[in-house]
Each structure stands twice: as C-alpha cells, then as structure tokens.
Design a protein around this ligand. Sequence first.
Ligand SMILES: C[S@@+](CC[C@H](N)C(=O)[O-])C[C@H]1O[C@@H](n2cnc3c(N)ncnc32)[C@H](O)[C@@H]1O
Length: 270
Amino acid sequence: MLTTEKIAHFSHSFRHGLSYYLFSKHGKGFGIHSPFAYKLISETFLPAQTDRLLLQTINQLYKTLASAKAKIKNNSNGSRVRTKSNLTTVGKLNKTSSLKPKYIALLSKLIEKHNLTRILELGTCCGVTSTCLASINNKNKITTIEKDVDRAHRARYEFEKCGLQNVQLLETDFNSGISALKKEKAGFDLIFIDGDHSYEGTLAYYHQLKDMVSENGVMVFDDIYWSKGMTKAWRTICNEQDKGITIDIFQMGLLFIRPQQAKEHFTIRF
Ligand SMILES: C[S@@+](CC[C@H](N)C(=O)[O-])C[C@H]1O[C@@H](n2cnc3c(N)ncnc32)[C@H](O)[C@@H]1O
C-alpha cells in the first residue's frame, strides 16, 4: 500500500532523478578536464559496464542470492525495505535491500584499479555485496557490520557456503562496531555506507570514519536521493570538503579524499 512516507520518497527521488538524467555529464568522460576524474571514469566507470566476465560472475552470484527461498523476518531496521508482512524470503529481501549488480561491478572495478584491499561495509543485510566482493578477489579483506541477528546469521551462512575466508562480520550496531575498529586502529581503503539512511546517521558515520580512510581511499554513500535527509547529508559532506573529488552517480555518492587534489565535484551518468 502507498503510504505518505513512500509517496514522499518516490517524489523526492523522481524529481532528483529527472534532473540527474538531464544534467549529468557523459559517462564516457567527454567534457571532463580533470585528469584524475577522466582517468577514473575511463578506467573504472566505463569498464564496470563493459567487463563481461565481471558482470557475468556478479550476475550469477546475485541470481542465486536473489532466489533464495528460505524465510526471514521482515524488519526494516533502518534499511530501505518498508513492508507490512512479518515474514519474507531471503531472495526478496536481497532483491529489495542489496546493491544491484552494476553497482557491485563499479565497486569491484574501483577496488581493482586503485588497489583498494581493505574494505568496510556498514550494513551487511544477508551478505549480497560482501559475498560478491569477497568472491571476485580473495585479496579483498572485507569487514562488514550488521545488527540484525537473522540477517547476520544468513550472511554467515552465505560466506561459509562460498568458502570465503576473507570476510569478517561484526554482529553489532554501527556505533559499537566503529568504536571496536577504532580501538584496533583499523584503516580502510574503501568504506561503503549502506544502512541507517538518515541525515543524522549518515553524517555521524562520515565524521567517525573519515580519519580511518587511507590517503587515496574512497567513501561511498548509497541511496543519496532516497530521502530529503539523505540528500541533505550528501550535500553537507560535499560542502565540507576543501580538497578531493566528489562524484554523484544518483544511486550513490563517492568521495575521494585526496589531499593533493583541488576540490572538484562531478555528476556523472552511470
Ligand atoms: C540496505 S541494507 C544493506 C545491503 C548490503 N549492503 C548489500 O548491498 O548487500 C542495510 C542493512 O543495514 C542494517 N542496519 C541499519 N542500521 C544499522 C545500525 N545502526 N547498525 C547496524 N546495522 C544496521 C539493516 O539491518 C540492514 O540489513
């Protein structure tokens, strides 16, 4: 059923989606003068859409995960899933909550091209993105945080089923997980924030995590046009930068913290 909240989310995303398709720069990099941004787009964004083997691998894994019939509690827990029934299937939850294959391919290309091996994901759900990233390259060391016991349990099951030794799941809320990682003095090359899609939450995680990203690392914020709060959080993050590159691809925002790079912002068609 359409609730006022759903209509508000839909109309917010629709308005911004329209302006994105009208004004975003060409995904082939034409008209982009910054050498770093041009290289990034031609070596990462384009290949993520054309690397057949990569896309095939991700699609196959995704298909299996998105067709799992096991039942699981449907608890919205700050994710974008908002339905009334108490039970759903793991497959349905994966389809509605997880990143779509083309975006997983983009993360994977970013990791490969920029040698980003230490990855942190906030929001595991049942482990779709973490399973794909860990399976594609066993050099990727993934730490992922999930507070929902049933989802964490299912994600562990997927990791074991795929024989993955390179994923560490912290079954806790983001704040406690981040505090534990800070105590260990952990550092990451790619941080993917995909849970608790609120203005306050997103900004708080950004501030807690920005010092844990390596010099040429990247922070990725999913669902930046999901709600007014998420868009406001993304814009605040972009405005706070005095160096580095921010890229808006509508589904997600990418922040390349590069102290040597003058501040630039791009909206790229992906
Ligand atoms: C959108 S889903 C993550 C999907 C996953 N990144 C993927 O692409 O496969 C968001 C997850 O974040 C979890 N979550 C939300 N807020 C959280 C919090 N404060 N602490 C821990 N987990 C949280 C939810 O339970 C949900 O499973």
